[in-house]
Design a protein around this ligand. Structure first.
Ligand SMILES: [Zn+2]
Length: 249
C-alpha cells in the first residue's frame, strides 16, 4: 500500500502525492528497461517501497553491476543529494545491504553509483562478520526488506596484510584473529607474504567466502530467507586499480 512514507514526505499536496503515486507506479512498470537511478521523475530521487518490492534479488544485483559500470567509466549520475535526502527523510526502502571494509578507497555507495536510500552499509576492517554485524544484516533483510547481501572485499587490504603479518595492536588483534583462518585456508603455491599482492588478494577472496559462510551459519533467519529465495547472498572483490567490482561465482 502507498502512504505518506512511500513517496515524498511531509508537505506533499494531494495533487503532488497523486502525481508521485502515478509516477512511482509507472517506474515500477517500466521496471528494468532502464536502471531506476536513470528514471527522470520526482520519485526517482529515492527508491519507494513499491519499486523496491517489485525488484527480484537478481535484478538488484544487476542494478549494482550497472552502477559500478557507470562508476568505472566515469558516467555517474548527476545526483541531487538534497532531493534524495528529502525523499528519504520519512522512510527508507533499501534494496541491498553491503558488508565491506572501512578502507577509505572502497566507499560502497560511490563504487556502485548508488543514491541515498538505495543500500544499507556495514563497514568493518577486513569485512568480517560477528554477532552484531550479522544482527545488522538481519535487520536490513528480515525487518527492513532488503533482498541482497553483498560481502565485498578489496585488493591490497591492510587488514588482510595485518592478519598475514600477525600484527598485534590493542583490540585490532582480536579482529585480525577472525581473518587469520582465511590465510591458512588459502591455497597458494608462491610467496605467502604480505608483500605479494597476488597472495594478499587471494586471502581477501577466501575471507569474503568465509564471511558469507559465517553469516549463513550464524543466522538461521538469513539462511532460511536465502533457502526460500527471498534474499540472495553473494561475495565480491573491489579492484582498487580500475575500479571494477568482481562478483564471485
Ligand atoms: Zn580493507
Amino acid at each position: 500500500m502507498h502512504n505518506a512514507t512511500d513517496c515524498c514526505q511531509a508537505g506533499s499536496s494531494g495533487i503532488a502525492r497523486r502525481t508521485l503515486l502515478k509516477t512511482s507506479l509507472s517506474v515500477a512498470i517500466v521496471g528494468l528497461a532502464a536502471p531506476i537511478a536513470r528514471v527522470e521523475s520526482a520519485s526517482a530521487a529515492a527508491l519507494t517501497q513499491s519499486e523496491r518490492d517489485s525488484l527480484t534479488p537478481d535484478q538488484i544485483i544487476e542494478h549494482l553491476k550497472q552502477g559500478n559500470e557507470r562508476f568505472r567509466s566515469g558516467k555517474m549520475q548527476a545526483y541531487d543529494y538534497l532531493a534524495q535526502k528529502r525523499a528519504t527523510a520519512g522512510g527508507q526502502y533499501p534494496a541491498a545491504v553491503i558488508l565491506s571494509c572501512i578502507d577509505s578507497r572502497a566507499p560502497a555507495e560511490i563504487l556502485f553509483d548508488a543514491r541515498i536510500g538505495d543500500t544499507f552499509n556495514a563497514r568493518i576492517a577486513g569485512n568480517i562478520a560477528n554477532d552484531d554485524l550479522i544482527g545488522s544484516l538481519e535487520f536490513a533483510c528480515a525487518a527492513a526488506g532488503a533482498k541482497v547481501i553483498l560481502v565485498m572485499g578489496h585488493t591490497a587490504c591492510g587488514a588482510i596484510k595485518g592478519a598475514i603479518d600477525h600484527v598485534e595492536l590493542g583490540n585490532l588483534t582480536g579482529l585480525l584473529a577472525k581473518i587469520k583462518p582465511a590465510v591458512d585456508e588459502t591455497q597458494y603455491a608462491g610467496d605467502r607474504s604480505s608483500k605479494n599482492d597476488a597472495f594478499v588478494d587471494a586471502v581477501a577472496t577466501t575471507n569474503v567466502r568465509r564471511t558469507i559462510d559465517a553469516i549463513r551459519s550464524g543466522s538461521p533467519v538469513l539462511a532460511a530467507m536465502e533457502k526460500d529465495g527471498k534474499i540472495k547472498m553473494l561475495g565480491a572483490m573491489y579492484h582498487l586499480n580500475g575500479g571494477r567490482v568482481e562478483f564471485l561465482g
